[in-house]
Design a protein around this ligand. Structure first.
Ligand code: DGY
Length: 325
């Protein structure tokens, strides 16, 4: 029997053809909601799913009795109920490694734009308001030689830290449950307790995955602990931050400035005050969004689903236990 897969995000024509050689494919790249009747219909007979950015709930899984594997086109998997998938014997795969450098580039883009006020100052020209040399009220802060505090030092965190240490001569601090002696040797990075890192860093950059432990890790208390003039950069997940508390801290000056690629609710609501704040650089979750990297991520997902549905080991499984069972 030919297995059926539902692809609910855009992939290349070549990738689609490759899948069609092995499977019967329902291709619904513009699916915006799990309530979409075409999505629900295809889900009902799918053996595999390929896509990203939809919340797959246990209730939804009840509507997918044939489901054997999901290949997410993302490294983060906080939108999947991993334990429930494992309990049902459904394999989940993600796309680590191929997006590390691009996402770290986005982190550094935000660090630079936020500290140097690049977007706010570019706006002066766009609006025809560059009529004289800018004054000290519009000066930014240096990035080189400053202290970069990495909250999370996984693959992406390490790649951001490497840019900071090797490219910008920054001192690197990091929080992590266990020490990273290799990075300490390579970058001179120093491990700190969370509160201590907040007190010492000029730029705090968050790369931790979203979990029960990291949800709302940053709130009013944490922003108040950061150094005056320090910048906050989040390329992890919006829910790692208490967004209302961050807006308040940015508004009253407790938090100097923020560079944000991720938000509590995405897409960001039209009435969010964040994009209007001069001390905020807001990007529409573009961490890995380059042609090269999104193509590589989709390819990894295609490879993962082909292997998983053939009963072979995929390249990057999340819930390995399913393979053993
Ligand atoms: C990821 O891969 O997790 C990115 O944040 C895109 O969702």
């Amino acid at each position: 029997m030919t297995k059926r897969i539902l692809v609910f995000r855009q992939i290349s024509d070549e990738q689609l053809s490759a899948l069609e050689q092995d499977f019967s494919v329902d291709y619904l790249p513009d699916t915006a909601s799990v309530e979409d009747p075409a999505f629900l219909d295809a889900l009902g007979h799918a053996h595999g799913l390929v896509g990203s950015s939809l919340a797959i709930t246990p209730t939804l899984l009840d509507r997918a009795p044939n489901l054997e594997a999901i290949a997410s086109i993302s490294v983060g998997y906080d939108n999947y109920p991993v334990d429930e998938l494992t309990r049902r014997g459904i394999l989940l795969c993600n796309t680590p490694d191929v997006l590390t450098e691009t996402t770290a580039d986005t982190g550094f883009l935000l660090i630079m734009c936020t500290a140097r006020r690049a977007i706010e100052l570019a706006q002066l020209i766009k609006e025809g308001n560059w009529t004289e040399s800018i004054g000290s009220d519009l000066y930014g802060s240096d990035v080189h030689g400053k202290t970069l505090g990495m909250v999370g030092m996984g693959r992406i965190g390490a790649a951001v830290a490497r840019r900071g240490a090797l490219g910008f001569g920054m001192n690197i601090l990091y929080t992590k449950a266990s020490p990273k002696p290799d990075l300490e040797r390579e970058l001179g990075a120093k491990r700190r307790e969370f509160d201590q890192l907040l007190a010492e860093a000029d730029i705090v950059c968050v790369t931790v995955p979203l979990s029960a432990e990291t949800e709302k890790l940053f709130g009013a208390r944490e922003f108040a602990q950061m150094k005056p003039g320090a910048c906050f950069v989040n390329i992890a997940r919006g829910k790692v931050v208490d967004e209302a508390a961050m807006i308040e801290a940015l508004g009253d000056g407790t938090l100097h400035a923020a560079g944000l690629d991720v938000f509590e609710h995405e897409p960001l609501a039209a009435d969010s005050p964040l994009p209007q704040m001069n001390n905020v650089v807001a990007l529409p979750h573009i961490g890995s969004a380059t042609n090269e990297t999104r193509t590589a991520m989709a390819q990894r997902a295609v490879d993962n689903i082909r292997l998983a549905l053939r009963g072979e080991r995929p390249i990057s499984p999340v819930n390995e236990e399913v393979l053993k069972g």
